[in-house]
Design a protein. Structure first.
Length: 66
């Protein structure tokens, strides 16, 4: 059951959710850096993949599609 919010409230909620999503993705990007001994052979593959996801989301945010 969807509630209809005034435009300012809906925009505030959308902005807040976008900010939370961006913070979670940045934390995941930092957490995936290969800093432990057993992960040194991984290279930058894990952080590179998450970096690509963050880049795509930022582009979508700037274009207004997200």
């Amino acid at each position: 059951m969807a509630r209809h919010l005034p435009n300012s409230s809906a925009e505030a909620v959308q902005t807040m959710l976008g900010t939370i999503l961006l913070v979670i993705l940045v934390l995941a990007l930092i957490g995936s850096l290969p800093t432990w001994g057993y992960s040194s052979g991984w290279g930058y593959y894990p952080s590179g993949g998450l970096g690509l996801v963050v880049l795509i989301l930022v582009i979508l945010l700037v274009m207004g599609r997200l």
